[in-house]
Design a binder for this molecule. Structure first.
Ligand SMILES: C[S@@+](CC[C@H](N)C(=O)[O-])C[C@H]1O[C@@H](n2cnc3c(N)ncnc32)[C@H](O)[C@@H]1O
Ligand SMILES: *[C@@H]1O[C@H](CO)[C@@H](O)[C@H](O)[C@H]1NC(C)=O
Ligand SMILES: CC(=O)N[C@H]1CO[C@H](CO)[C@@H](O)[C@@H]1O
Length: 404
């Protein structure tokens, strides 16, 4: 796998499935024999003060990574400058004439300008989680920068007009099905969306969203808080600027995308649970008051690009089953991109996943047509409409029922 392949995975693919390549990139990066002063300082500090190992998706690591976004991005830029500087004189002249050094300067400007968003996210997090003020030092690295960028890209996927086409394709089968529920029944439904990312689908369904990664939830909180977001399209992000591959023009590379196209707020019908999905209980303390229907389980669990991010998909499916009320429905849409390197306990084919779901107690809807029909949905994931490359998933949609 070449370096640019690794970059591609980081630029455009799922978080958990990314861990392995990220680890490789991090190692690769560490071997680049050029240390900036601040990196050296980090290393020395590491030696002196004991750093606690915060988890990959922990609040502390996510906060530090957002706070350090500009510094980390500039470290990467200085490596790009260094590579350019090793060009011979003739080629450097060509580079100069096509404006390449100015393009790198522009990358620096855009990074600084748009660092206001990660800075704002970090600041809000500090206000909402005062415990962060006394956290142990965290050494955020290039893998964390990748996670910040991945989360920021979800502003485009979930909350921009630019992302609307990508979203509509995958939300439609799910929302159409839920709209099919009788109107008077709809109000009382309990829908859980595990691994909700930046929460747009859950917002559209407006019930309960769950997310484990603070990289995601800190960004979501930035939209939910009236301190940071009050009107549609008030923020601008340059989500493509850091990855120079497959771009037709500099203009397209540096273009700004405004968000959010809709301003979400938490309410009694839209809640966020920042916890491991596997630890959720049908009767957990998330229930507000004595809500008996809630205690007996969810009416729907909706998984979008989710089940394959688990390292133990059999437990995930079993847990979905546990959380549903008898007769409850599981709606899934997504691919099967397993975390490689033997990190996932099993890596199943689609037919194996469906068979395992039946073993666990689900009845999969076998209708050939209609809203429930199992089908393949061609779609993208944080794709760049203007790029010279498209990554198309043939994601599978299915509806399964827990027997009564
Ligand atoms: C591929 S992303 C999809 C995000 C979103 N559903 C979307 O389609 O944009 C999968 C998400 O699931 C989250 N996730 C994975 N395992 C989880 C768990 N056990 N509990 C809660 N969230 C989890 C990850 O943090 C990640 O944000
Ligand atoms: C690419 O962008 C830089 C910075 O904006 C500019 O100076 C340069 O002329 C551009 N190159 C081309 C071929 O347009
Ligand atoms: C939120 C924010 O500051 N975004 C900025 C991104 O960069 C452009 C300028 O290049 C600004 O117009 C945006 O305000």
């Amino acid at each position: 796998m070449s370096f640019s392949d690794l970059r591609f995975i980081i630029a455009s693919d799922v978080l958990l499935a990314c861990l392995f390549p990220l680890a490789i990139l991090f190692l690769g990066y560490k071997h680049v024999p050029s240390f900036s002063f601040s990196e050296l300082k980090d290393l020395l500090l590491l030696g002196r003060r004991k750093t606690r190992q915060y988890g990959h998706f922990s609040l502390e690591r996510a906060h530090e990574s957002y706070a350090q976004y500009a510094r980390l991005a500039e470290q990467e830029l200085s490596l790009m400058r260094k590579s350019y500087s090793t060009l011979g004189r003739a080629n450097k002249n060509i580079g100069y004439r096509i404006g390449y050094p100015r393009k790198l300067d522009r990358l620096k400007d855009v990074t600084d300008l748009n660092a206001t968003i990660p800075d704002g996210i970090a600041e809000l997090a500090l206000e909402e989680f005062p415990s962060l003020k006394t956290k142990d030092p965290v050494a955020a690295g290039s893998a964390d920068l990748g996670r910040v960028r991945e989360s920021l890209k979800h502003f485009v996927r979930d909350w921009s007009e630019e992302g609307a086409a990508e979203r509509t394709r995958i939300f439609a089968p799910i929302l159409d099905l839920l709209r099919g529920v009788e109107a008077q029944e709809r109000g009382g439904l309990r829908v859980l969306v595990p691994g909700c990312g930046l929460g747009r689908l859950a917002w559209e369904i407006s019930q309960l969203a769950n997310e484990l990664s603070f990289f995601m939830t800190l960004s979501l909180r930035f939209l939910l808080s009236p301190k940071t977001t009050t009107v549609p399209n008030e923020h601008i992000l340059r989500p493509y600027a850091h990855w120079f591959s497959h771009q037709r023009t500099n203009g397209s590379l540096f273009r700004g995308i405004s968000f959010p196209d809709d301003v979400p707020r938490l309410s009694s019908t839209f809640r966020l649970v920042e916890e491991d999905f596997m630890k959720l209980k049908p009767s957990s303390s998330n229930a507000q008051g004595e809500d008996r229907t809630y205690l007996s389980g969810y009416d729907y669990v909706v998984t979008l690009f989710f089940i394959d991010t688990s390292l133990d998909v059999l437990s995930t499916i079993s847990h979905i089953h546990t959380l549903l009320r008898p007769g409850g429905t599981w709606i899934n849409l997504g691919p099967l991109l397993w975390t490689g390197g033997a990190q996932a306990k099993v890596e199943l084919s689609l037919e194996e996943v469906l068979q395992a779901a039946e073993e666990i107690g689900f009845v999969i809807d076998r209708s050939k047509e209609g809203l429930m029909a199992q089908r393949t949905v061609e779609c993208e994931y944080t794709g760049d409409r203007n790029a010279m490359m498209r990554w198309i998933y043939k994601a599978e949609f299915w509806v399964a029922r827990k027997s009564k």
